[in-house]
Design a protein around this ligand. Sequence first.
Ligand code: FAD
Length: 280
Amino acid sequence: MSDASQVHISFEFFPPKTDAGREKLVTTRRELQQLKPEYFSVTYGAGGTTRDNTKGIVTQMRSEGFDVAPHLSFGGDDKNSMLALLNEYKNAGINRIVALRGDMPSGVGGALQLVYANELVAFIREHFGEHFYLAVAAYPEIHPEAKSYDDDVHYLKGKLDAGANSAITQYFFNPDAFFYFMDHCQRAGIDKPIYPGIMPITNFKNLSRFSDICGAEIPRWIRKRLESFGDDQESLVNFGIDLISELCETLLDNDAPGLHFYTMNQIEPTRQIVLNLDLA
Ligand code: FAD
């Protein structure tokens, strides 16, 4: 296993919509901070209230001293609104961004032209130089809209060549998919760090639905195992902790530079997995 002190861990949140959710996140971030992550990140929903929720949480966390990265995409925003938001982030002391194209918000009906992530990266570099550390998204099992495997790797390289510092992957459960992808990236000339995204398992139905949408495969044997727990939530969570801890161990044993956890705003099971790996 890699030297624990060299392993970069980061924790992702989504912006809560309710006061209760915001309050719970205060405890979650304090508890997860004990595990000494490199940073936290907060997801972004383009447009309106979800956008403002992200800004609210991120600036709040920054004022409490957390190292935090907002996720960001153009969505329907024009260049001036994007500049204004980036300036707000800069002035708030934020120096990391997860730069994305994002997806079409529901109800827009194709009226919106999405801006590819490489263009957002280039835009940020043009206006803010090296102020922000920029991470982009990568897809070991390939983005659902990609024309081909090679195409998707090519566009990942484009984002990194445009000035991104590293990539974080979509979650996956099959380590071989990640290793195969890393080989391809290397052959394509990508030499920046790619951090595997890790999804702890807490709810089979939600995981299954979301995986179908985002193109992450749940291997048949894992699906069958998860199904077999039925309403036995405790057994499902325990199985998930063992499974994901083993996955992380395999990734780190094979030189993954770190782990980015999709915490779903929960302390557990992320904390238990990090403790199992002796990374805290
Ligand atoms: P891009 O890199 O722009 O790629 C989109 C598609 O277009 C791919 O199929 C790619 O092959 C192709 N492509 C890329 N560049 C070009 C180009 N120049 N010309 C032609 N084709 C191109 N979604 C949210 O809404 N909010 C979030 O906070 C969020 N956070 C995420 C964090 C991570 C780590 C990951 C992995 C995903 C996240 N997503 C989030 C999901 C993401 O927004 C979607 O997967 C989206 O569909 C693609 O965004 P991208 O930045 O990867 O797009």
